[in-house]
Every structure is written in structure tokens, then in C-alpha cells.
Design a protein around this ligand. Structure first.
Ligand SMILES: Nc1nc2c(ncn2[C@@H]2O[C@H](COP(=O)(O)OP(=O)(O)OP(=O)(O)O)[C@@H](O)[C@H]2O)c(=O)[nH]1
Ligand SMILES: [Mg+2]
Length: 276
């Protein structure tokens, strides 16, 4: 090693204590992680889609929390049949925002991933979200517009609305988000307090993104490919829910900023530890 490189490494801060080897779960032949991972799946009448969705969820995740929205079909029974150890939460109110808030509160993992139950999001992408978190991010957004991402499902009106609202948030908060209204995200559970989620509907994703920015969280984006829902009807109404999102952005702007988070991420970068 050259003297410059040796000097560089000697000047680095000492490694934090590495958890014992038995705390690490292998997630690929080359990567192991010590944090535990919960996956929250909001589901309302998704019995036909759950076999597809659960089949994509990696075996190494620690917990699946299915949040049922008073489904009229066999959503809960199908979930239990597919994964007997699934944790089922019956949401206390109405709407996807309420479902996710209840689901997050029930999670026991260090990392929380949220994924839809309609077959539009692929659980095999979870590793990218977790990878970004264990290497330094506080909050990871899936993006259909990041290089490598895409969508089979965005209509003109949704695309236009999402682009406009994303640009608005970027302008207001100095962020460089490429996709504001997307339901595939992940974060460290310890940031739930600062996110302080308090909304009911599809504006939940926007609220999370705005609160993460206001709190000074380190937000990364990973590319994600959205497919069309496999069976059933969408619950989203582009105009109605777009207006809710806009109102949320304005309300957040008018309210006092949330307190900033200064804690460092718990895991050191993979390169420092030999494993993520
Ligand atoms: N528990 C619960 N889940 C919900 C509720 N509303 C929507 N969801 C779930 O949230 C996820 C996203 O809802 P979708 O209706 O697919 O909305 P979307 O993905 O924005 O719209 P599409 O692209 O048209 O599918 C799905 O897994 C739904 O089952 C609700 O009120 N309660
Ligand atoms: Mg959907």
C-alpha cells in the first residue's frame, strides 16, 4: 500500500463494534446483514394476487405483516395458507395510509419495507432497498424514473400529476426526488417517530417523503419496475387522490418543520465490515 493510502486508512474513524457472527443473515452468496427486516403488505381484497406477491418475497426476511382492510374476499386466509407465520393486522380505520401506519406500528424489525399486494411490485427488489439502508441511507425510495426503473402502469394523467407534484416538492424542500407517489419504500424503524405518520389515504407516500426531507434524513432512491396489478380493481383515483397529495404538501409546508435527526445509521458501510 502506498503511504498516501495507508495514511488515508489510518485517519479513518475506528470501526464501531461489529455484531457477533450469529447475528448475520446471509442474503446473497456475497452479502450478509445483521439488522432484521419486516415487510408490510397493505391488502384490501387481494386474495388472488397474494400468491404472486408472496412468491417474490425473499426467504431471508424476518417478518411479513399483512394489514387487512376489511377484505370481503379470502385475503387473510390465503395469506395464512401461504405463510403460516404471517402476522395479520386488522387496520383500525380506513385507507392505505391508515393501513400502513398500523402495520408499521406492529413491526418488530430494524428495517421496514412497504410493498403493495396487487402484484405490481416485485419482492425480489427488496435486497436493493435493504442494501442501500445498511450502507448508509436512512430512508430509501423506490423510483420508477431512476435509471433501471420503469412502469407498465402509469397513465398520462398519473404521470403528469406525479411529475408535477414531484417537481413541487423538490422546489420546496431542495430534494432531488424523481418519483413522489410510489408505494415501494423502506426505512429504519427507528425513524418512525420522526416520520410521525398521521394520514389515511394514498397521500401516505408523499407524507413520508416530505417528512423524511424535513427531518434531514439521508434519502436514497433505488430503481424499481412497477407492473400492472394482476387481478382486481385499483383503489386509487388519480384526480381525487392527486388533490389529497397536493393538500398534504401545502399543509406540511405551512406547518412547523419536524425536528431534524442527527443520529448516524446503525450499520457501517459494507466495505468497512467485510459484510453489509
Ligand atoms: N389494508 C388496506 N389496503 C389498501 C387500502 N387501499 C389500498 N390498499 C392496498 O394498497 C395497495 C395499493 O393500492 P392500489 O389500489 O393497487 O393502488 P395503486 O397501486 O396506487 O394503483 P394501481 O396502480 O391502479 O394499482 C394494494 O395492495 C391495496 O390492496 C385500504 O384501505 N386498506
Ligand atoms: Mg397498485
Amino acid at each position: 500500500m502506498s503511504p498516501e493510502i495507508t495514511k488515508h486508512y489510518n485517519n479513518k474513524p475506528p470501526l464501531r463494534a461489529v455484531p457477533p457472527i450469529e447475528r448475520f443473515t446471509p442474503i446473497t452468496p456475497n452479502v450478509a446483514i445483521s439488522p432484521t427486516v419486516s415487510v408490510v403488505v397493505p391488502a384490501m381484497n387481494e386474495a388472488e394476487n397474494l400468491p404472486h406477491v408472496f412468491a417474490t418475497l425473499p426467504q431471508w426476511i424476518d417478518e411479513i405483516v399483512l394489514v387487512d382492510g376489511n377484505s370481503k374476499d379470502d385475503t387473510v386466509a390465503v395469506a395464512k395458507r401461504l405463510r403460516p407465520n404471517v402476522r395479520v393486522v386488522h387496520q383500525t380505520g380506513k385507507g392505505k395510509g391508515n393501513a400502513l401506519t398500523d402495520g408499521f406500528a406492529a413491526c418488530t424489525g430494524d428495517i421496514i419495507v412497504m410493498i403493495d399486494a396487487d402484484g405490481s411490485t416485485d419482492g425480489r427488489e427488496i435486497i436493493q432497498f435493504v442494501g442501500a439502508l445498511v450502507t448508509g441511507a436512512d430512508f430509501v425510495k423506490g423510483s420508477r424514473y431512476a435509471s433501471g426503473g420503469g412502469s407498465d402502469d402509469l397513465t398520462f394523467i398519473r404521470k403528469f400529476g406525479n411529475k408535477t407534484l414531484t417537481a413541487l416538492v423538490n422546489r420546496m424542500y431542495g430534494t432531488s426526488y424523481t418519483d413522489l407517489c410510489y408505494g415501494y419504500n423502506a426505512f429504519w424503524a427507528r425513524h418512525l417517530d420522526v416520520l410521525n405518520l398521521d394520514c389515511d389515504g394514498f397521500e401516505i407516500e408523499t407524507l413520508m417523503n416530505v417528512r423524511a426531507a424535513k427531518a434531514g434524513l439521508k434519502v436514497h432512491e433505488v430503481p424499481s419496475h412497477e407492473r400492472c396489478r394482476i387481478h382486481g380493481e385499483s383503489n386509487l383515483h388519480a384526480v381525487r387522490d392527486g388533490i389529497r397529495v397536493l393538500k398534504t404538501i401545502i399543509r406540511e409546508w405551512r406547518s412547523n418543520p419536524a425536528p431534524a435527526v442527527h443520529e448516524p445509521a446503525p450499520a457501517a458501510p459494507a466495505a468497512d465490515q467485510g459484510a453489509a
